[in-house]
Design a protein around this ligand. Structure first.
Ligand SMILES: C[S@@+](CC[C@H](N)C(=O)[O-])C[C@H]1O[C@@H](n2cnc3c(N)ncnc32)[C@H](O)[C@@H]1O
Length: 395
């Protein structure tokens, strides 16, 4: 199928939905009661997102926010409230019906917020060729749109172009646990359903890193649908365009605290827990992002860490039998590859079958933000427990 055909079908689908107020797509998690206090019902009715990329990201007053695929404008209006009258919001969408509804409601929202005039502008445009100036945006948000774009690499490159150095993104989108097969990719109807264009989360992150983004992490995930054994999830991902490097930022070494026993970061450098590694100024900037700062100690001189140090972080599996129940862990970031203390190596986006013991470990607070969990068992069963070697592991 040609990219233009996909785009035209998707646009017609959303134009129809907006015109009729049809319910579409996915679980989003908005606080509608709160939104109803300033966003008209006409906008809320055509909210077709799969997350809350604006609500979960801390927006600062005065910032410029860009929403890719703004639809009826729900996230733009929430961003408008958060950036305040001194901030600016730009919504981009390719579908005229969506733009008409969003533009009609912008002055209503501004009045409800007590603004002299609206700080939201809706522009017609494509995600892969955005009508936005270079380096002009502090935060990019997008809600259930990039899966609909046939050429994601171009979208990611555009995102990088328009963000200021030091800028960030927060994107909710549909991803899959395994590659979407051709019979779904070439199903016109399923593109509009946010299925055909879904990437695996590892591919998604890889595409963002290839465009220049770093520190890509999962903010939230919601299991959504299982179709022909493919698990589709809604994930909200955040990431950074690092600031321009400064000559010296006082950080020359990084020591991994845990909970992972070792990690390889997105720039290819590996770290073992407790062992200080020399880092470049660029790596130091990456490790300082909110995605990674809690995993590392950054220092000017080498800082080895002992297991007795309270900053050392390890979560060991219980010495108990394990039971296989169909659980799979998908590591979502913010590194390329990590290991736990029980011989598992997790590559970003690659589902790994885990037993009940490992599920308990990865459900701990220190681990859980880095994983999405799925269960592939089609029948419920208790499974026989497997005894583990006390000195080693069984899975
Ligand atoms: C699933 S709806 C989500 C709308 C909005 N973000 C929300 O949360 O309600 C997808 C929107 O993205 C727009 N869209 C899809 N693909 C696009 C593309 N390649 N470029 C620009 N807009 C696109 C559609 O017109 C539609 O308004």
């Amino acid at each position: 199928m040609l990219d233009e055909t996909i785009t035209q079908n998707v646009s017609e689908r959303y134009a129809r939905a907006a015109a009729t107020g049809e319910q579409m797509c996915c679980p989003a998690g908005y606080n509608f009661e709160d939104l109803m206090s300033f966003v008209p019902e006409e906008v809320l009715r055509i909210s077709y997102g799969c997350g809350t990329p604006v609500g979960l990201e801390s927006i600062r007053a005065g910032e410029t926010v860009l929403d890719i695929g703004s639809g009826g404008g729900i996230d733009c209006f929430e961003a408008s409230r958060r950036v305040g009258p001194s901030g600016r919001v730009i919504g981009i969408d390719m579908t005229d019906t969506m733009l008409t509804i969003a533009r009609r409601n912008a002055p209503v929202v501004a009045a409800n917020l007590g603004y002299h005039e609206s700080n939201v502008e809706f522009r017609k445009g494509m995600a892969h060729a955005m009508p936005v100036e270079d380096h002009s945006v502090d935060l990019i948000v997008s809600n259930c749109v990039i899966n609909l774009a046939p050429d994601k690499r171009k979208v990611f490159r555009e995102m990088y172009r328009v963000l200021k150095p030091g800028g960030r993104f927060s994107i909710s989108d549909i991803v899959s646990d395994r590659p979407v097969p051709n019979y779904l990719i070439h199903d016109t109807e399923k593109w509009g359903d946010c299925l055909s264009g879904a990437l695996q989360v590892g591919e998604y992150a890889h595409g963002l890193v290839a465009a220049g983004f770093l520190g890509i992490r999962q903010v939230h995930y919601i299991p959504w649908r299982v179709i022909d054994d493919i698990h589709f999830l809604s994930v909200t991902l955040a990431g950074y365009k690092l600031p321009r490097p400064t000559a010296s930022n006082g950080v020359r070494f990084a020591t991994l605290r845990g909970p992972f026993s070792w990690v390889t970061d997105e720039l290819g450098q590996s770290y073992r827990r407790g062992v200080p590694e020399p880092v470049t100024p660029r790596t130091a900037q990456l490790l300082k992002t909110p995605s990674l700062e809690s995993l590392f100690l950054l220092s000017e001189n080498p800082l080895p860490l002992e297991p007795s140090d309270p900053r050392w972080l390890a979560i060991l599996p219980a010495q108990a039998p394990c039971v296989w129940k169909g659980d799979y862990a998908i590591f979502t970031g913010p590194c390329a590859e990590v290991a736990d203390d029980d011989t598992h190596v997790f590559q970003r986006g690659k589902p790994l079958e885990i037993c009940s013991k490992t599920l308990a470990v990865l459900s701990a607070d220190a681990y859980s933000p880095h994983f999405a969990m799925i269960n592939r068992a089609t029948q419920s069963g208790t499974g026989a427990s497997v005894s583990c070697d006390p000195g080693g592991s069984c899975c």
